[in-house]
Each structure stands twice: as structure tokens, then as C-alpha cells.
Design a protein around this ligand. Sequence first.
Ligand code: ATP
Ligand code: MN
Length: 478
Amino acid sequence: MGPLQIKELLQQTPDAKSVTLKGWVRTKRESKNAIFIALNDGSTIHNIQAVAAPGQFSAELLLTVTTGSCLKITGQLVASQGSGQAVEVKIDDIFVYGTADVDSYPLQPKRHSLEFLREIAHLRPRTNTFGAILRIRHSLAFAVHQYFNEKGFFYLHTPIITASDAEGAGEMFRVTTLDLDKLPRTDEGVINFKEDFFGREANLTVSGQLEGELGAMALSKIYTFGPTFRAENSNTTRHLAEFWMIEPEMAFFELEDNMELAEDFVKYVIRYALENCKDDLAFLENRLAEEDKNKPQNERSIPLLEKLNFVVENAFERLTYTEAIDILLKSKPHKEKKFQYPVGWGIDLSSEHERYLVEKHFKKPVILTNYPREIKSFYMKLDDDGKTVRAMDVLFPGIGEIIGGSQREDNYEKLLERVHEVGIDPEVIWWYLETRKFGTAPHSGFGLGFERLVLFVTGMSNIRDVIPFPRYPKSAEF
Ligand code: ATP
Ligand code: MN
């Protein structure tokens, strides 16, 4: 099935057997005694070195072998003369699949800024940095499925087109087949969505949770892992308009079980990356260290592997929202009025507050629980005091919120009351409410933004750089 990948070839014994390489040229170097071609096929961060003798190939052919061109090389796998690699290929023949004109191919071998690479998202997977990120992203996704499978969860495919914005999680993208130039109107003059494709207003999902809960109330433990859309016009380094969310939902789990699962799950997938993405992580760690050289000592980051190992090896700090507010009120930046946003019981913590708790105060991931009901979603279970809900946010260094979750309200009357309170029409989510009428049970779940996880593991600083083709305001080119 296809040729051996470079990753596999690099691990073989150099016994002069005949091999075929297929890949893209990273560099070509000509010296007096030899011509060196570094070839990469994306299977690994490492290139394989292919060597030809001067005069072995015509100048005409060699002119087409340039950075970015795609080749098939046949030759013999031999022990490398040079340092840096164990094996290399002594070239017998070169076939050029496709050339890459030196004057127009943008990825010449030099350092490119991440901003520039975003403009050439169709080519950036061919760089070392993005190759590493994409391979790590794959491994993390694989680990997610492996974890839940091992723990007896079922992968539930929740809809991408939904008719409910019950979550109120953010602005939604509308889905319609109506002719925008000739919108049908009712007698009252409002748009008549009865004539739209679904006979009602429809949007792209902001979360699979509500449907996920329906699955949990039958299969006990489910998870979703799918695309999620939020038309939030926030141009931050942590928000995308299209991202991937992982949402486990478990019957018979209370808030404590939910926290236990979230911590165990995140540690598992990070550990998986540590064990299976060693070369790519080492490359990214070096890259960060290089970047840090230009920064003052106190702004330098902890080495990537040290940071990841620390998270895997240490228990997350757990405290309530109320305790967190107390810490913030007693904090130096609060007393010195250094926070941009005010602190007080009832506020929605902003990123600066979350990061103070995680990075300055506890210096480790934090799970905050029992938030004021006013700032959290209607479906979260009310605490006995009636003031807070059984919510939990997991906060990570450098990122802030990576997971948001809760124990769900399982009491029909209380849930209905909250639905009215926040102004949702109960008719629209009658099916959701019915789970509380028919065989209700305590249950919990959470949502992990997959790109925020990839951001953390790769040590990148902009979420647009950890998804192949990012979607954000004014950008959907590729
Ligand atoms: P934030 O306050 O950071 O905007 P949120 O409270 O809106 O997050 P939730 O609705 O709880 O987030 O969604 C669950 C998880 O999905 C978050 O913890 C985060 O990891 C991720 N997430 C939310 N919005 C985005 C986005 N626009 N882009 C990427 N990931 C996101
Ligand atoms: Mn948000």
C-alpha cells in the first residue's frame, strides 16, 4: 500500500537495499564532492538526506530540483557519512513530479513569521512548525477517542444544524436557503421562516450539549467531538469562529465526579502526546526557546516539556468561585488597581483574573466551582443556597478557560423556572425538558475546546495557528 514513509525508512538498517522516496524538497546543497537533497514527506519532522555525485545528473534536471519541488527518488539505503542522521540514500534516479519555481514559491528556506504563514495557509503545513502542530493535533484527537473508548463512553454524533439557541453561548451563524434578495414576509412584515428549508429558523450549533444529555440519559456515558460555530466578533488569540469541541456527558455523575473525569482526561491526552510526539514536541520546545532569547528574563516561558510534565504530575487546585474572589480581593494587583476590570462577588471573571489565579497565585491548573447562578447557563444545577450553581471551569496557564462544565439541573420544576427566568420559550426545547419528566437522574458534563488544548500542548500563542484553516472575522479564504 503505497511507498514506505520517510519516518519508516529512517528507522531501517542501512543495508544498501534499494528504496523509493517520495516527498518535497526542503533544501538542496551542492558541494565539490556531492549534491545533497533533504526530502520530507510530512510523516516526521525529520528529513531524509539523499546524495548524488556531481555530474551524475544533467544541470537541466538539477535546476528543477529546488525547495518545494516534489520528487521520486530511487536509490540505496546506506549508512550516512555525515553527522545528524544514521541513514541516507545514495541516489540512482530522480523523477520530478512537480517543480516549484524559485521566484514564486513563498516557502524558501528561511524563517517566516506566523502572520505571513497565515496568509499562505495552503502551504504552511509544509513548514517544520506546522507539520509538528498538525501531527500533534492528530495524536491528541486520537487520544481523545482512545480515552473515552477505554472508559466505556459512546461517541455520539450530535447535529451541526440546530434550531435552538438554548445555550445562549454566543452569536450564531444562520443556516437558510431563503433568497436574501426576496425574503418572504408574514402579514405583520417579519421574515416568514415557515418558508425556509426547515420550516423554522436554523443555525449552526454552538454546542452539542443539549442533545448530548439526551444520549447520556439512555447510554449513560457519551461524548461528542465535532465542529462548533460561534459568530463571536472577538478578535482574540483564544477564539475561533469554527472550532472543535469535545463534550462528554454522564448520567449518575455529580460535580465531584465531573471534576475527577476532566482532570484525568486532560492528563491522559497530554501524557499521550508526551509519549507519542517526542520529536515534534522537542522541535517546538526549541522553537520557543529561540523566540524567548529575545525576551527579558522575567518574560521567558517555562520549557515546553517541563510545563507539560508539570501539569501531568500535579493535582489541579480546586476551589469555589467565592474563595477565588476572596483571593483576588486580597491580591496585590487588585490593591494596586492593576486589574483592568473590577473584582467583586458576582462578576464574570475576566481572563486577567483567571490568569492571576493560575499563573501567579497557584502556579498550576485550577478548577473553579460553584459560580453565581446569574452568570451561568440555565441548565446548571442550583446549589442548596439558591445563589450558586454546580458549575466548574478548568483554567490553564497561558490560556485561561480550557474547560467549562457543570452538573445539570435534573429537577423538572427548577429547570422550568430557570428557563422562564432567562427568557427561553419552553416550547422550543420541550424535548430537552422531557428528559426531566421521564426518568430523570443526576448527570454532569463539560466542554473542552480542542484548539485550546492543542494551543497548550504545542506552546503556540495564537489559536489561529493550531487549526489547519482558521475561521475568524473577515477570514475564510482557504
Ligand atoms: P470563553 O469565556 O473563553 O469565551 P466560553 O465560556 O464561551 O469561553 P463555553 O461556552 O463554556 O466557553 O465552551 C466550552 C469550551 O469551548 C471553552 O472552555 C473553550 O475551551 C472552548 N471555546 C469556547 N469558545 C471558543 C471559541 N470561540 N474558539 C475556540 N474555543 C472556544
Ligand atoms: Mn465565549
